[in-house]
Design a protein around this ligand. Structure first.
Ligand SMILES: Cc1cc2nc3c(=O)[nH]c(=O)nc-3n(C[C@H](O)[C@H](O)[C@H](O)COP(=O)(O)OP(=O)(O)OC[C@H]3O[C@@H](n4cnc5c(N)ncnc54)[C@H](O)[C@@H]3O)c2cc1C
Length: 454
């Protein structure tokens, strides 16, 4: 009997990496992608004559799946680490460097000089009270249900929450610490707290469990190169990628696209297509090329997180990409930056808002915006993957399976469970959706616009 083809829905990193695995195992593979390009939340765009990532720009090095894939694709030598300069927090009345040894902004050494600078001496002493307060006595599950804001506030005080944790949480999750469950922010921290009973040692233990050195890595030329290399490898392996193919229904053994049924072994790598989406969030990334001699001195290290409530700033965070990544180093006073916005400024105001934000966030007074490119992303942040069903559904990978970030997605796709599921002689898939789960009407509000300035 001829083996069923593997039908992968979604050509983001999850779908492409899965397709590459399946094709390497000798399976016939068809990737169906709704949009007109591959990569999903990874995309390179030109700004100021250089290419820069508009979506994911790095991956966590833990687990090694990202580095392994780069090696396999012949890009191993292109792996690069960000410069180890500190990031800053923009808060009223003045900015301060984010303490170097924190976890989610939680200081592991509350009386260190950089924490005292950020919190003031009374604030640092209050944070250090974590050491003398009665230990937290509860299991990881119970602790995980508390909010990060509640736990940090009780153990280290309001100032540590507002000036250290909130800016980081806002930058990473678009949320306030008071609204973020600890289990969502860091299940490892919930477990460490259950063990240590105190916040600073628990945060230190989680940090120590990460590999030494930088926690994240990038690719010289952009993470987008990883997608291009994967697509090239798929072509070499004879896999087919169909763009503009909007899948409207999925089951374990078939999909419906353009009203037509296609039979095969189905893998869903499109967030929102199966399972339950509990939250979506929209974020606009603006990449800008600006001329400024004052930025040559890297006045805010690799970038700035904006504390909630900081006055006069529209952006939520700024990355000084030319400082963070050596391959994007400034030339002739031209710097590349990435700013993120909850609510994007309209096209006619964009250059002015970017210039004002860059000037206020970095302190540079000679900022001239040369070029900007914007991309609005809608992310399905709260995906509850499908549970076990009586009739097995499709294999689910990527963000669609509730995972987030390249490291977690690649570790899963390249892990034994998935390989076993793809192997003709293999076992059943690790995660299965209820059969016949209808595809959701999913309209991403993505704007893709470019404003070139004189
Ligand atoms: C601005 C931004 C910055 C980020 N930064 C980082 C970072 O630095 N490090 C990190 O690890 N992660 C980062 N992430 C997260 C990371 O990019 C994602 O977790 C990852 O790329 C998700 O990959 P995926 O393949 O699961 O989904 P996606 O990339 O979303 O791909 C899914 C694909 O499925 C397609 N699709 C959807 N519905 C259908 C359908 N019905 N039929 C056919 N196709 C469909 C979509 O068009 C899309 O191409 C960032 C994300 C964003 C938006």
């Amino acid at each position: 009997m001829t083996e069923a083809p593997v039908i992968v829905v979604g050509a983001g990193i999850g779908g492409l990496a899965l397709a590459q695995r399946a094709a390497s195992l000798g399976r016939t593979v068809v990737v169906l992608e709704r949009s007109g390009r591959v990569g999903g939340q990874i995309e390179l765009a030109g700004v100021g004559g250089r290419e820069i990532d508009l979506g994911a720009e790095s991956f966590a090095v833990r687990g090694g799946a990202g580095a392994e894939l780069l090696d396999e694709l012949g890009l191993g030598d292109e792996l690069t680490l960000p410069r180890p300069a500190a990031a800053w927090v923009h808060a009223d009345p003045r900015p301060y460097p984010l303490p170097a040894t924190g976890l989610l902004g939680i200081p592991t050494r509350p009386l260190a000089s950089d924490v005292r600078l950020a919190l003031g001496l009374p604030g640092a002493i209050r944070a250090a009270a974590d050491r003398v307060l009665p230990r937290l006595r509860a299991g990881a599950d119970t602790i995980g249900e508390r909010t990060l804001g509640e736990v940090v506030g009780r153990r280290m005080g309001r100032r540590a929450t507002e000036r250290l944790v909130d800016p980081v949480v806002r930058g990473v999750y678009s949320a306030r610490a008071a609204d973020l469950r600890l289990a969502t922010a860091s299940p490892q921290l919930a477990r460490a707290l259950a063990e240590h009973g105190r916040l600073a040692p628990a945060a230190a233990a989680v940090r120590a469990s990460s590999p030494a050195g930088s926690a994240v890595a990038g690719v010289r030329g952009g993470i987008g190169r990883l997608v291009a290399a994967l697509a090239g490898d798929l072509e070499r392996l004879g896999a087919r990628v169909r763009l503009g193919a909007d899948v409207t229904a999925v089951a374990a053994d078939h999909v419906v696209v353009d009203g037509q049924r296609i039979d095969g072994f189905v893998v869903v790598a499109a967030p929102g297509l199966v399972g339950e989406v509990t939250a979506r969030r929209t974020i606009t990334v603006v990449a800008a090329a600006v001329r400024s001699r004052e930025l040559d001195a890297a006045p805010r290290g690799t970038g700035v997180l904006v504390a909630p409530g900081a006055r006069g700033i529209t952006a939520r965070a700024l990355t000084h990409s030319s400082v963070k990544w050596s391959w994007l180093a400034a030339w002739d006073g031209v710097h590349l930056l990435r700013l993120s916005y909850d609510v994007p400024p309209g096209p006619e105001r964009l250059a002015g808002v970017v210039a004002a934000d860059v000037a206020r966030l970095t302190g540079a007074r000679d900022v001239e915006v040369l070029d900007v490119v914007t991309r609005t992303w809608t992310r399905t942040v709260g995906v509850r993957p499908p549970g076990a069903a009586a009739v097995p559904g499709p294999l689910v990978v990527g963000e669609a399976s509730g995972r987030s970030g390249l490291a977690a997605i690649l570790a899963h796709v390249r892990g034994d469970d998935v390989v076993r599921a793809l192997d003709p002689a293999g076992a059943v898939p690790a995660i299965r959706a209820p059969a016949g789960t209808p595809a959701r009407a999913h309209t991403p509000r993505t704007i893709d616009e470019r404003t070139s300035l004189p």
